[in-house]
Design a protein around this ligand. Structure first.
Ligand code: NAD
Ligand code: MN
Length: 500
Protein backbone atom coordinates (compact mmCIF):
# COMPACT_ATOMS: atom_id res chain seq x y z
CA UNK A 1 0.00 0.00 0.00
CA UNK A 2 1.48 3.27 -1.08
CA UNK A 3 -0.01 5.15 1.89
CA UNK A 4 2.76 3.75 4.07
CA UNK A 5 5.55 4.71 1.69
CA UNK A 6 7.74 7.33 3.27
CA UNK A 7 8.60 10.84 2.35
CA UNK A 8 11.94 9.93 0.73
CA UNK A 9 10.22 7.43 -1.55
CA UNK A 10 7.72 10.04 -2.72
CA UNK A 11 10.50 12.54 -3.32
CA UNK A 12 12.43 10.09 -5.46
CA UNK A 13 9.27 9.23 -7.39
CA UNK A 14 8.71 12.93 -7.90
CA UNK A 15 12.20 13.27 -9.38
CA UNK A 16 11.44 10.48 -11.84
CA UNK A 17 7.97 11.70 -12.86
CA UNK A 18 7.59 12.77 -16.50
CA UNK A 19 4.20 14.38 -16.77
CA UNK A 20 2.24 14.64 -20.01
CA UNK A 21 2.38 18.26 -21.14
CA UNK A 22 0.78 18.30 -24.59
CA UNK A 23 -2.86 18.91 -25.44
CA UNK A 24 -4.97 15.84 -26.25
CA UNK A 25 -6.99 16.30 -29.44
CA UNK A 26 -8.53 13.72 -31.74
CA UNK A 27 -7.04 10.81 -29.86
CA UNK A 28 -3.44 11.98 -29.75
CA UNK A 29 -1.10 14.24 -27.83
CA UNK A 30 0.07 17.34 -29.64
CA UNK A 31 1.51 20.78 -29.09
CA UNK A 32 -0.63 23.89 -29.14
CA UNK A 33 -1.13 25.23 -32.65
CA UNK A 34 0.82 28.35 -31.70
CA UNK A 35 3.61 26.29 -30.14
CA UNK A 36 3.13 28.31 -26.94
CA UNK A 37 3.47 26.85 -23.45
CA UNK A 38 2.87 28.01 -19.90
CA UNK A 39 4.75 27.12 -16.74
CA UNK A 40 3.47 24.68 -14.21
CA UNK A 41 5.03 25.33 -10.82
CA UNK A 42 5.11 23.15 -7.71
CA UNK A 43 3.55 25.43 -5.06
CA UNK A 44 5.35 23.62 -2.25
CA UNK A 45 8.80 24.56 -3.55
CA UNK A 46 8.43 27.17 -6.28
CA UNK A 47 10.24 24.80 -8.66
CA UNK A 48 9.27 24.45 -12.30
CA UNK A 49 7.38 21.19 -12.84
CA UNK A 50 6.60 21.29 -16.52
CA UNK A 51 5.89 23.50 -19.52
CA UNK A 52 2.39 22.76 -20.72
CA UNK A 53 0.79 23.45 -24.11
CA UNK A 54 -1.10 26.73 -23.95
CA UNK A 55 -4.16 26.19 -26.10
CA UNK A 56 -5.96 28.96 -27.94
CA UNK A 57 -8.92 29.34 -30.27
CA UNK A 58 -7.34 27.22 -33.02
CA UNK A 59 -6.83 24.28 -30.66
CA UNK A 60 -10.32 24.64 -29.25
CA UNK A 61 -11.70 24.62 -32.82
CA UNK A 62 -9.77 21.45 -33.58
CA UNK A 63 -10.94 19.78 -30.37
CA UNK A 64 -14.58 20.73 -30.90
CA UNK A 65 -14.44 19.56 -34.54
CA UNK A 66 -12.99 16.24 -33.41
CA UNK A 67 -15.64 15.90 -30.70
CA UNK A 68 -18.38 16.66 -33.22
CA UNK A 69 -17.04 14.17 -35.77
CA UNK A 70 -16.91 11.48 -33.10
CA UNK A 71 -20.42 12.30 -31.97
CA UNK A 72 -21.84 12.18 -35.49
CA UNK A 73 -19.98 8.97 -36.32
CA UNK A 74 -21.92 7.36 -33.49
CA UNK A 75 -19.27 4.83 -32.38
CA UNK A 76 -19.77 6.14 -28.86
CA UNK A 77 -22.99 8.16 -28.95
CA UNK A 78 -24.99 5.26 -30.39
CA UNK A 79 -23.10 2.46 -28.70
CA UNK A 80 -25.25 0.20 -26.52
CA UNK A 81 -25.18 1.45 -22.92
CA UNK A 82 -23.88 -1.92 -21.75
CA UNK A 83 -20.92 -1.53 -24.11
CA UNK A 84 -20.21 2.01 -22.89
CA UNK A 85 -20.34 0.59 -19.40
CA UNK A 86 -17.52 -1.84 -20.17
CA UNK A 87 -15.26 0.88 -21.55
CA UNK A 88 -15.87 3.25 -18.65
CA UNK A 89 -15.37 0.53 -16.06
CA UNK A 90 -12.04 -0.24 -17.66
CA UNK A 91 -11.22 3.48 -17.55
CA UNK A 92 -12.01 3.54 -13.82
CA UNK A 93 -9.80 0.50 -13.29
CA UNK A 94 -6.93 2.18 -15.12
CA UNK A 95 -7.29 5.23 -12.87
CA UNK A 96 -6.86 2.98 -9.83
CA UNK A 97 -3.96 1.09 -11.42
CA UNK A 98 -2.24 4.47 -11.87
CA UNK A 99 -3.27 5.73 -8.47
CA UNK A 100 0.26 6.41 -7.18
CA UNK A 101 1.32 8.27 -10.30
CA UNK A 102 -1.89 10.31 -10.51
CA UNK A 103 -1.87 11.13 -6.78
CA UNK A 104 1.74 12.24 -7.00
CA UNK A 105 0.99 14.38 -10.05
CA UNK A 106 -1.96 16.01 -8.29
CA UNK A 107 0.09 16.74 -5.18
CA UNK A 108 3.01 18.21 -7.11
CA UNK A 109 0.71 20.30 -9.26
CA UNK A 110 -1.51 21.84 -6.60
CA UNK A 111 0.10 21.31 -3.22
CA UNK A 112 -2.36 19.04 -1.44
CA UNK A 113 -1.05 16.33 0.93
CA UNK A 114 -0.12 13.07 -0.78
CA UNK A 115 -2.13 11.18 1.84
CA UNK A 116 -5.28 12.96 0.63
CA UNK A 117 -4.53 12.57 -3.09
CA UNK A 118 -4.10 8.84 -2.47
CA UNK A 119 -7.05 8.33 -0.15
CA UNK A 120 -9.55 10.83 -1.54
CA UNK A 121 -8.90 12.41 -4.94
CA UNK A 122 -7.95 9.47 -7.10
CA UNK A 123 -10.22 6.78 -5.58
CA UNK A 124 -13.19 9.17 -5.59
CA UNK A 125 -12.56 10.04 -9.24
CA UNK A 126 -12.36 6.35 -10.18
CA UNK A 127 -15.44 5.57 -8.12
CA UNK A 128 -17.36 8.35 -9.89
CA UNK A 129 -16.52 7.01 -13.36
CA UNK A 130 -17.31 3.47 -12.24
CA UNK A 131 -20.64 4.49 -10.72
CA UNK A 132 -21.90 6.16 -13.90
CA UNK A 133 -20.61 3.22 -15.93
CA UNK A 134 -22.60 0.84 -13.75
CA UNK A 135 -25.69 3.04 -13.77
CA UNK A 136 -26.06 3.71 -17.45
CA UNK A 137 -27.50 0.37 -18.56
CA UNK A 138 -30.02 0.45 -15.72
CA UNK A 139 -31.92 3.66 -16.41
CA UNK A 140 -35.12 3.39 -18.42
CA UNK A 141 -36.96 5.94 -20.48
CA UNK A 142 -40.72 6.61 -20.25
CA UNK A 143 -43.96 5.95 -21.99
CA UNK A 144 -46.42 8.74 -21.21
CA UNK A 145 -49.96 7.89 -20.00
CA UNK A 146 -51.65 9.35 -23.11
CA UNK A 147 -54.95 8.34 -24.77
CA UNK A 148 -55.49 4.79 -26.03
CA UNK A 149 -54.95 5.51 -29.73
CA UNK A 150 -51.54 7.10 -29.22
CA UNK A 151 -48.16 6.18 -27.85
CA UNK A 152 -45.89 8.94 -26.58
CA UNK A 153 -42.30 8.00 -25.84
CA UNK A 154 -40.17 10.25 -23.65
CA UNK A 155 -36.56 9.41 -24.32
CA UNK A 156 -33.20 10.84 -23.36
CA UNK A 157 -30.58 11.67 -25.94
CA UNK A 158 -27.05 12.97 -25.39
CA UNK A 159 -26.82 16.75 -25.92
CA UNK A 160 -23.80 16.39 -28.24
CA UNK A 161 -20.55 18.22 -27.58
CA UNK A 162 -19.99 19.13 -23.92
CA UNK A 163 -17.41 21.74 -22.91
CA UNK A 164 -16.24 20.99 -19.36
CA UNK A 165 -14.40 23.81 -17.59
CA UNK A 166 -13.05 22.87 -14.18
CA UNK A 167 -11.08 24.34 -11.25
CA UNK A 168 -7.85 23.39 -9.52
CA UNK A 169 -8.86 22.43 -5.99
CA UNK A 170 -9.75 18.79 -6.75
CA UNK A 171 -8.52 18.75 -10.35
CA UNK A 172 -9.22 15.17 -11.40
CA UNK A 173 -12.23 14.69 -9.14
CA UNK A 174 -14.05 17.78 -10.43
CA UNK A 175 -13.28 16.68 -13.99
CA UNK A 176 -14.69 13.23 -13.19
CA UNK A 177 -17.95 14.69 -11.91
CA UNK A 178 -18.42 15.98 -15.48
CA UNK A 179 -16.83 13.12 -17.41
CA UNK A 180 -18.74 10.33 -15.63
CA UNK A 181 -22.28 11.38 -16.50
CA UNK A 182 -21.39 13.17 -19.78
CA UNK A 183 -19.55 10.18 -21.27
CA UNK A 184 -21.93 7.55 -19.87
CA UNK A 185 -24.83 9.26 -21.67
CA UNK A 186 -22.93 9.20 -24.98
CA UNK A 187 -21.67 12.75 -25.34
CA UNK A 188 -18.31 13.90 -26.66
CA UNK A 189 -16.34 16.13 -24.28
CA UNK A 190 -13.79 18.91 -24.59
CA UNK A 191 -12.24 19.32 -21.14
CA UNK A 192 -10.48 22.55 -20.13
CA UNK A 193 -8.58 21.96 -16.88
CA UNK A 194 -7.40 24.87 -14.77
CA UNK A 195 -4.11 26.44 -15.84
CA UNK A 196 -3.06 25.90 -12.21
CA UNK A 197 -3.49 22.10 -12.31
CA UNK A 198 -3.62 20.69 -15.86
CA UNK A 199 -1.46 17.60 -15.44
CA UNK A 200 -3.77 14.81 -14.27
CA UNK A 201 -6.40 15.63 -16.90
CA UNK A 202 -3.76 15.33 -19.61
CA UNK A 203 -2.55 12.00 -18.26
CA UNK A 204 -5.98 10.38 -18.00
CA UNK A 205 -6.99 11.34 -21.55
CA UNK A 206 -4.49 8.73 -22.77
CA UNK A 207 -5.84 6.20 -20.26
CA UNK A 208 -9.37 6.73 -21.58
CA UNK A 209 -8.23 5.80 -25.09
CA UNK A 210 -6.39 2.80 -23.65
CA UNK A 211 -9.68 1.76 -22.03
CA UNK A 212 -11.37 1.77 -25.43
CA UNK A 213 -12.94 5.21 -25.69
CA UNK A 214 -13.08 6.10 -29.41
CA UNK A 215 -10.81 8.89 -30.63
CA UNK A 216 -12.34 12.34 -30.42
CA UNK A 217 -14.81 11.48 -27.66
CA UNK A 218 -12.54 13.02 -25.03
CA UNK A 219 -10.27 15.97 -25.81
CA UNK A 220 -8.27 18.01 -23.30
CA UNK A 221 -7.23 21.60 -24.00
CA UNK A 222 -4.99 23.00 -21.26
CA UNK A 223 -4.69 26.78 -21.14
CA UNK A 224 -5.84 29.96 -19.51
CA UNK A 225 -9.41 31.03 -18.96
CA UNK A 226 -9.38 33.85 -21.46
CA UNK A 227 -7.38 32.02 -24.15
CA UNK A 228 -8.77 28.45 -23.97
CA UNK A 229 -11.88 28.66 -21.73
CA UNK A 230 -13.49 31.63 -23.44
CA UNK A 231 -13.35 30.29 -27.02
CA UNK A 232 -14.77 27.01 -25.75
CA UNK A 233 -17.66 28.69 -23.93
CA UNK A 234 -18.34 30.96 -26.93
CA UNK A 235 -18.10 28.16 -29.50
CA UNK A 236 -21.08 27.87 -31.84
CA UNK A 237 -20.71 24.10 -32.07
CA UNK A 238 -20.60 23.36 -28.32
CA UNK A 239 -24.02 22.28 -27.03
CA UNK A 240 -23.45 22.54 -23.32
CA UNK A 241 -20.98 24.03 -20.86
CA UNK A 242 -20.50 22.22 -17.57
CA UNK A 243 -18.58 24.63 -15.36
CA UNK A 244 -17.13 24.35 -11.89
CA UNK A 245 -15.35 27.42 -10.56
CA UNK A 246 -15.95 30.81 -9.05
CA UNK A 247 -19.24 32.65 -9.11
CA UNK A 248 -17.53 35.56 -10.90
CA UNK A 249 -16.49 33.40 -13.86
CA UNK A 250 -19.70 31.34 -13.71
CA UNK A 251 -21.62 34.53 -14.40
CA UNK A 252 -19.53 34.98 -17.55
CA UNK A 253 -20.52 31.53 -18.81
CA UNK A 254 -24.11 32.73 -18.92
CA UNK A 255 -23.01 35.76 -20.96
CA UNK A 256 -20.98 33.63 -23.38
CA UNK A 257 -24.00 31.44 -23.91
CA UNK A 258 -26.25 34.44 -24.58
CA UNK A 259 -23.72 35.92 -26.97
CA UNK A 260 -23.31 32.69 -28.93
CA UNK A 261 -25.73 29.80 -29.41
CA UNK A 262 -27.71 29.69 -26.14
CA UNK A 263 -25.83 26.53 -25.20
CA UNK A 264 -26.98 24.94 -21.95
CA UNK A 265 -24.94 26.26 -19.02
CA UNK A 266 -24.54 24.30 -15.80
CA UNK A 267 -22.77 26.02 -12.95
CA UNK A 268 -21.14 24.70 -9.79
CA UNK A 269 -19.79 27.82 -8.16
CA UNK A 270 -18.58 29.18 -4.86
CA UNK A 271 -19.80 29.06 -1.29
CA UNK A 272 -19.57 30.69 2.12
CA UNK A 273 -21.15 27.91 4.05
CA UNK A 274 -22.66 28.32 7.53
CA UNK A 275 -22.02 25.66 10.15
CA UNK A 276 -24.54 26.31 12.96
CA UNK A 277 -23.73 24.83 16.36
CA UNK A 278 -26.56 25.13 18.85
CA UNK A 279 -26.04 24.83 22.59
CA UNK A 280 -27.75 21.43 22.57
CA UNK A 281 -25.36 19.92 20.01
CA UNK A 282 -25.13 16.21 20.81
CA UNK A 283 -21.36 16.12 20.96
CA UNK A 284 -19.23 19.26 21.08
CA UNK A 285 -16.05 17.29 20.49
CA UNK A 286 -17.41 15.88 17.24
CA UNK A 287 -18.67 19.33 16.28
CA UNK A 288 -15.20 20.78 16.89
CA UNK A 289 -13.49 18.06 14.87
CA UNK A 290 -15.91 18.52 11.98
CA UNK A 291 -15.61 22.31 12.10
CA UNK A 292 -11.81 22.12 11.99
CA UNK A 293 -11.66 19.57 9.17
CA UNK A 294 -14.42 21.46 7.37
CA UNK A 295 -12.17 24.49 7.00
CA UNK A 296 -8.60 23.12 7.16
CA UNK A 297 -8.93 20.03 4.95
CA UNK A 298 -7.46 20.65 1.48
CA UNK A 299 -5.96 23.91 2.87
CA UNK A 300 -9.51 25.29 2.98
CA UNK A 301 -9.54 25.28 -0.82
CA UNK A 302 -13.01 23.76 -0.92
CA UNK A 303 -16.22 25.07 -2.42
CA UNK A 304 -18.02 23.41 0.48
CA UNK A 305 -15.64 24.71 3.18
CA UNK A 306 -17.30 25.29 6.55
CA UNK A 307 -15.99 28.84 6.44
CA UNK A 308 -18.55 30.46 8.75
CA UNK A 309 -18.93 28.89 12.17
CA UNK A 310 -22.11 30.19 13.80
CA UNK A 311 -21.91 29.26 17.47
CA UNK A 312 -24.52 29.81 20.17
CA UNK A 313 -23.06 32.15 22.77
CA UNK A 314 -23.19 29.73 25.71
CA UNK A 315 -20.96 27.13 23.99
CA UNK A 316 -18.92 29.42 21.75
CA UNK A 317 -15.87 29.66 23.96
CA UNK A 318 -15.29 25.94 24.67
CA UNK A 319 -16.01 25.12 21.02
CA UNK A 320 -13.56 27.68 19.65
CA UNK A 321 -10.97 26.66 22.22
CA UNK A 322 -11.14 23.07 21.00
CA UNK A 323 -11.06 24.03 17.28
CA UNK A 324 -7.95 26.11 17.96
CA UNK A 325 -6.31 23.13 19.63
CA UNK A 326 -7.12 20.85 16.70
CA UNK A 327 -5.93 23.49 14.22
CA UNK A 328 -2.65 23.84 16.09
CA UNK A 329 -2.06 20.14 15.42
CA UNK A 330 -2.51 20.71 11.69
CA UNK A 331 0.52 22.87 10.96
CA UNK A 332 1.31 22.95 7.23
CA UNK A 333 4.10 20.72 5.97
CA UNK A 334 5.70 19.05 2.98
CA UNK A 335 2.85 17.68 0.84
CA UNK A 336 5.00 14.65 -0.06
CA UNK A 337 5.30 13.64 3.58
CA UNK A 338 2.52 11.09 4.21
CA UNK A 339 2.08 12.53 7.72
CA UNK A 340 1.21 16.02 6.43
CA UNK A 341 -2.44 17.01 6.82
CA UNK A 342 -2.29 20.57 5.45
CA UNK A 343 -0.17 21.26 2.38
CA UNK A 344 0.63 24.30 0.25
CA UNK A 345 -1.85 26.74 -1.28
CA UNK A 346 -2.12 26.28 -5.03
CA UNK A 347 0.08 29.23 -6.07
CA UNK A 348 1.49 32.61 -5.22
CA UNK A 349 -1.66 34.45 -6.31
CA UNK A 350 -3.83 32.36 -3.97
CA UNK A 351 -1.34 32.92 -1.16
CA UNK A 352 -1.62 36.68 -1.67
CA UNK A 353 -5.42 36.48 -1.79
CA UNK A 354 -5.59 34.53 1.47
CA UNK A 355 -3.09 36.82 3.24
CA UNK A 356 -5.13 39.79 1.98
CA UNK A 357 -8.24 38.41 3.66
CA UNK A 358 -6.35 37.82 6.90
CA UNK A 359 -5.25 41.48 6.79
CA UNK A 360 -8.84 42.53 6.11
CA UNK A 361 -10.07 40.51 9.10
CA UNK A 362 -7.53 42.15 11.38
CA UNK A 363 -8.35 45.58 9.94
CA UNK A 364 -12.07 45.18 10.50
CA UNK A 365 -11.57 44.29 14.14
CA UNK A 366 -11.98 40.52 14.20
CA UNK A 367 -9.70 38.74 16.68
CA UNK A 368 -7.10 36.17 15.65
CA UNK A 369 -7.32 33.09 17.85
CA UNK A 370 -4.99 30.92 15.81
CA UNK A 371 -2.47 31.31 13.00
CA UNK A 372 -2.69 34.25 10.65
CA UNK A 373 0.81 33.97 9.21
CA UNK A 374 2.58 32.69 6.15
CA UNK A 375 5.00 29.94 7.21
CA UNK A 376 7.83 27.79 5.79
CA UNK A 377 8.84 30.65 3.52
CA UNK A 378 12.37 29.22 3.34
CA UNK A 379 11.01 26.28 1.29
CA UNK A 380 9.93 28.64 -1.49
CA UNK A 381 6.41 27.29 -0.98
CA UNK A 382 3.00 28.90 -0.43
CA UNK A 383 2.07 27.86 3.10
CA UNK A 384 -0.43 29.54 5.43
CA UNK A 385 -1.19 28.46 8.98
CA UNK A 386 -4.66 27.24 9.88
CA UNK A 387 -6.27 30.47 11.02
CA UNK A 388 -9.24 31.16 13.30
CA UNK A 389 -10.90 34.54 13.72
CA UNK A 390 -13.53 35.11 16.38
CA UNK A 391 -15.56 38.23 17.13
CA UNK A 392 -16.52 38.28 13.48
CA UNK A 393 -19.62 40.28 12.50
CA UNK A 394 -21.90 39.32 9.62
CA UNK A 395 -21.01 42.46 7.66
CA UNK A 396 -17.25 41.92 7.63
CA UNK A 397 -15.46 40.96 4.45
CA UNK A 398 -14.23 37.70 6.02
CA UNK A 399 -17.84 36.80 6.80
CA UNK A 400 -19.14 37.57 3.30
CA UNK A 401 -16.53 36.62 0.71
CA UNK A 402 -15.23 33.20 -0.21
CA UNK A 403 -11.59 33.12 0.97
CA UNK A 404 -10.68 29.68 -0.36
CA UNK A 405 -7.98 29.20 2.24
CA UNK A 406 -7.62 27.81 5.78
CA UNK A 407 -9.36 30.73 7.47
CA UNK A 408 -12.34 30.25 9.79
CA UNK A 409 -14.70 33.08 10.74
CA UNK A 410 -16.53 32.54 14.02
CA UNK A 411 -19.75 34.46 14.63
CA UNK A 412 -21.76 34.24 17.84
CA UNK A 413 -25.57 34.14 18.01
CA UNK A 414 -28.21 34.25 20.74
CA UNK A 415 -31.09 32.17 19.37
CA UNK A 416 -32.25 30.05 16.45
CA UNK A 417 -33.87 32.94 14.62
CA UNK A 418 -30.70 34.99 14.69
CA UNK A 419 -28.66 31.98 13.57
CA UNK A 420 -30.92 31.45 10.56
CA UNK A 421 -30.87 35.12 9.63
CA UNK A 422 -27.06 35.12 9.72
CA UNK A 423 -26.81 31.80 7.88
CA UNK A 424 -29.00 32.87 4.97
CA UNK A 425 -27.56 36.38 4.71
CA UNK A 426 -25.30 35.46 1.79
CA UNK A 427 -25.41 35.35 -2.00
CA UNK A 428 -24.27 31.73 -1.81
CA UNK A 429 -26.19 28.56 -1.02
CA UNK A 430 -23.94 25.57 -1.52
CA UNK A 431 -23.84 23.65 1.76
CA UNK A 432 -24.77 24.29 5.39
CA UNK A 433 -24.90 22.43 8.68
CA UNK A 434 -26.80 22.40 11.94
CA UNK A 435 -25.85 20.70 15.19
CA UNK A 436 -28.65 19.98 17.67
CA UNK A 437 -29.82 16.94 19.58
CA UNK A 438 -33.45 18.02 19.26
CA UNK A 439 -34.97 16.43 16.18
CA UNK A 440 -37.57 19.19 15.85
CA UNK A 441 -34.97 21.95 15.98
CA UNK A 442 -32.71 20.12 13.54
CA UNK A 443 -35.50 19.64 10.98
CA UNK A 444 -36.84 23.18 11.42
CA UNK A 445 -33.43 24.72 10.84
CA UNK A 446 -32.64 22.32 7.97
CA UNK A 447 -35.85 23.33 6.20
CA UNK A 448 -35.08 27.03 6.53
CA UNK A 449 -31.49 26.88 5.31
CA UNK A 450 -31.25 28.01 1.68
CA UNK A 451 -28.59 25.61 0.48
CA UNK A 452 -28.26 22.55 -1.75
CA UNK A 453 -26.95 20.40 1.09
CA UNK A 454 -27.72 20.49 4.82
CA UNK A 455 -25.64 18.37 7.15
CA UNK A 456 -27.23 17.50 10.49
CA UNK A 457 -24.77 16.64 13.28
CA UNK A 458 -21.99 16.06 10.77
CA UNK A 459 -20.12 17.96 8.09
CA UNK A 460 -18.11 15.38 6.21
CA UNK A 461 -20.75 13.03 4.80
CA UNK A 462 -20.13 12.29 1.13
CA UNK A 463 -21.22 9.76 -1.43
CA UNK A 464 -21.51 9.62 -5.21
CA UNK A 465 -25.17 8.60 -4.80
CA UNK A 466 -26.34 12.03 -3.58
CA UNK A 467 -26.72 15.19 -5.68
CA UNK A 468 -24.34 18.08 -5.05
CA UNK A 469 -24.89 21.67 -6.09
CA UNK A 470 -26.07 25.06 -5.02
CA UNK A 471 -29.00 27.36 -4.43
CA UNK A 472 -28.72 31.07 -5.33
CA UNK A 473 -25.37 32.19 -6.78
CA UNK A 474 -23.68 28.91 -5.89
CA UNK A 475 -24.99 27.66 -9.22
CA UNK A 476 -27.64 25.52 -10.88
CA UNK A 477 -28.09 21.87 -11.71
CA UNK A 478 -26.50 19.07 -9.72
CA UNK A 479 -23.36 16.99 -10.03
CA UNK A 480 -23.24 13.37 -8.77
CA UNK A 481 -26.17 10.93 -8.46
CA UNK A 482 -28.59 10.11 -11.28
CA UNK A 483 -29.73 13.76 -11.25
CA UNK A 484 -26.49 14.71 -13.03
CA UNK A 485 -27.72 12.82 -16.09
CA UNK A 486 -30.22 15.65 -16.64
CA UNK A 487 -27.37 18.00 -17.49
CA UNK A 488 -26.08 15.89 -20.34
CA UNK A 489 -29.29 14.69 -21.96
CA UNK A 490 -32.13 16.26 -23.93
CA UNK A 491 -35.64 14.91 -23.44
CA UNK A 492 -37.32 13.94 -26.68
CA UNK A 493 -41.04 13.27 -27.04
CA UNK A 494 -42.07 10.98 -29.89
CA UNK A 495 -45.82 10.82 -30.64
CA UNK A 496 -47.10 7.78 -32.48
CA UNK A 497 -50.65 7.75 -33.82
CA UNK A 498 -51.95 4.18 -33.82
CA UNK A 499 -54.88 4.97 -36.15
CA UNK A 500 -58.34 4.13 -34.92
P1 NAD B 1 -12.14 30.13 -11.54
O1 NAD B 1 -13.55 30.56 -11.73
O2 NAD B 1 -11.08 31.14 -11.47
O3 NAD B 1 -11.71 29.13 -12.72
C1 NAD B 1 -12.45 27.98 -13.03
C2 NAD B 1 -12.13 27.57 -14.45
O4 NAD B 1 -12.62 28.57 -15.35
C3 NAD B 1 -10.63 27.42 -14.74
O5 NAD B 1 -10.43 26.34 -15.61
C4 NAD B 1 -10.31 28.73 -15.43
O6 NAD B 1 -9.21 28.67 -16.30
C5 NAD B 1 -11.58 28.98 -16.22
N1 NAD B 1 -11.80 30.38 -16.60
C6 NAD B 1 -11.36 31.50 -15.96
N2 NAD B 1 -11.74 32.59 -16.63
C7 NAD B 1 -12.44 32.17 -17.71
C8 NAD B 1 -13.08 32.84 -18.79
N3 NAD B 1 -13.09 34.17 -18.88
N4 NAD B 1 -13.70 32.08 -19.72
C9 NAD B 1 -13.69 30.73 -19.65
N5 NAD B 1 -13.10 30.05 -18.67
C10 NAD B 1 -12.47 30.77 -17.69
O7 NAD B 1 -12.15 29.20 -10.26
P2 NAD B 1 -10.91 28.50 -9.57
O8 NAD B 1 -10.12 29.53 -8.84
O9 NAD B 1 -10.23 27.61 -10.53
O10 NAD B 1 -11.64 27.54 -8.52
C11 NAD B 1 -12.10 27.98 -7.31
C12 NAD B 1 -13.59 28.22 -7.35
O11 NAD B 1 -14.26 27.02 -7.74
C13 NAD B 1 -14.15 28.57 -6.01
O12 NAD B 1 -15.03 29.65 -6.14
C14 NAD B 1 -14.90 27.32 -5.59
O13 NAD B 1 -15.93 27.55 -4.68
C15 NAD B 1 -15.38 26.80 -6.88
N6 NAD B 1 -15.69 25.37 -6.79
C16 NAD B 1 -16.99 24.98 -6.79
C17 NAD B 1 -17.33 23.63 -6.68
C18 NAD B 1 -18.76 23.17 -6.69
O14 NAD B 1 -19.00 21.99 -6.90
N7 NAD B 1 -19.72 24.05 -6.46
C19 NAD B 1 -16.31 22.68 -6.57
C20 NAD B 1 -14.99 23.11 -6.57
C21 NAD B 1 -14.70 24.46 -6.68
MN1 MN C 1 0.17 23.71 -10.57
Amino acid sequence: MSAIDDRATWHSRAQALKPRTQAFIDGRYRDADSGETFECVNPATGALLARVASCGAADVDAAVASARRAFEAGHWSRMAPAARKRVLRRFAELLMQHRDELALTETLDMGKPIADSLAVDIPAAARCIEWYAEAIDKVYDEVAPTAHQTVALVTREPVGVVGAIVPWNFPLLMASWKLGPALATGNSVVLKPSEKSPLTALRVAGLAIEAGLPEGVLNVVPGFGHTAGEPLALHMDVDCIAFTGSTRIGRRMLEYSGRSNMKRVWLECGGKSPNIVLADAPDLERAAQAAALGIFFNQGEMCSAASRLLAQESILEPLVERIVEIGRGMAPGDPLDPATRVGALVDRAQLDTVMGYIEAGRGEGARIRLGGERVLEETGGCFVEPTVFDRVRGDMKIAREEIFGPVLSVIGFRDEAQALALANDTMYGLVSAVWSRDIGTAHRVAKSLRAGTVYVNCYDADDITVPFGGFKQSGNGRDKSLHALDKYTELKTTWIDLGT
